[in-house]
Ligand binder design. Structure first.
Ligand code: FMN
Length: 288
């Protein structure tokens, strides 16, 4: 399965700066970050080094930028940004590379912007010519963020800037929101980048059709999958592990409907934590 390559010896790769792209291979998505410049115009900067950071309760995104990029200066001045994610379109990749070329000011680089800038539909995030950026009409997903300057990772004046950006609003195009809400059937065709190489090339890749593999049903605690599903239905209603243990007998295709029924009853009764006792009670009522 691994071919002849599995027999090759490992050699040490030199530790260069920007090691992830100069000393190794690291493909990932990238965000088109919109921010507002000093004249009130929206700027677009492509950023591969952009990752989910806090993921439970806190929701933030980490962006690493070279010092003094437009995005760096704009975030420090305004505190606001939007992370726009687009689907694969080979023709616009060269424009994206153009917008990723250091040293251009906003009005200059935006002359060659292939996207349509539109106001955010989020109340309070309408462009104001000062701090609130436009978003990209062509994006399928946008994270609207505010810089959390109380969470500096390191600032010794020499490193790049590490921005912890608090996610205030997640925007999805309708079809992608429906897809998540009704059981994921497809994945967006996001472009992949391998970053800047050999002093003059930006590498990209195209996703093949995504597919899924079922998680094991014979490993780990039986209630795990139920717990996962149960606690995603309504953020205000949470299930305990013991409550979920009592539901492991429900055939898999009916689990979601059963959980939704429990959530509905919990809401009606003003219950926010579904525990073993609550499940026992509604089971007894149903069987009475
Ligand atoms: C696909 C792509 C990904 C990039 N990722 C990063 C990154 O993660 N961090 C960074 O500092 N520069 C990155 N760059 C280079 C920046 O886009 C470049 O510094 C650009 O000048 C930033 O725009 P701005 O000055 O308008 O913010 C990337 C460029 C491209 C084309």
């Amino acid at each position: 399965m691994f071919g002849r390559k599995k027999d090759e010896a490992f050699v040490s790769s030199p530790m260069r700066d920007n090691w992830y792209q100069s000393s190794s291979y690291w493909p990932s998505s990238f965000a088109l970050v919109t921010t507002v410049d000093e004249d009130g115009n929206t700027n677009i900067g492509p950023y591969q080094l952009s990752f989910p950071f806090e993921i439970i309760t806190g929701r933030s995104f980490l962006v690493i930028s070279r010092q003094n990029s437009n995005t760096d200066q704009n975030i420090k001045r305004t505190g606001k940004a939007a992370m726009n994610f687009v689907e694969f379109d080979r023709k616009t990749l060269s424009k994206i590379v153009g917008m990723g070329y250091p040293g251009q000011l906003t009005d200059e680089k935006m002359k060659d912007n292939p996207y349509t800038l539109i106001p955010s539909p989020t109340p309070g995030r309408e462009p104001d010519g000062k701090v609130m950026p436009h978003i990209l009409k062509e994006a399928f997903q946008v994270y609207e963020v505010t810089w959390d300057d109380q969470q500096p990772i390191r600032d010794d004046g020499k490193t790049p800037e590490y921005f912890v950006l608090r996610i205030e609003n997640l925007l999805l195009k309708e079809q992608w929101a429906d897809n998540l809400a009704n059981g994921t059937k497809k994945m967006p065709r996001m472009p992949i980048t391998f970053g800047f190489r050999d002093g003059g090339k930006f590498w990209f890749a195209e996703l093949k059709k995504p597919f899924w593999i079922p998680t094991p049903t014979d490993k780990g605690p039986k209630e795990e999958a139920i717990l996962y599903e149960a606690n995603r239905i309504d953020p205000e209603i949470q299930f305990t592990r013991d409550a979920c243990k009592q539901l492991t007998g429900i055939p898999r295709p009916f689990v979601k409907t059963a959980l939704k029924g429990i959530v509905k009853q919990a809401k009606e009764q003003g219950v926010t934590l579904v525990d073993e006792e609550f499940v026992t009670k509604i089971n007894a009522e149903r069987n009475a």
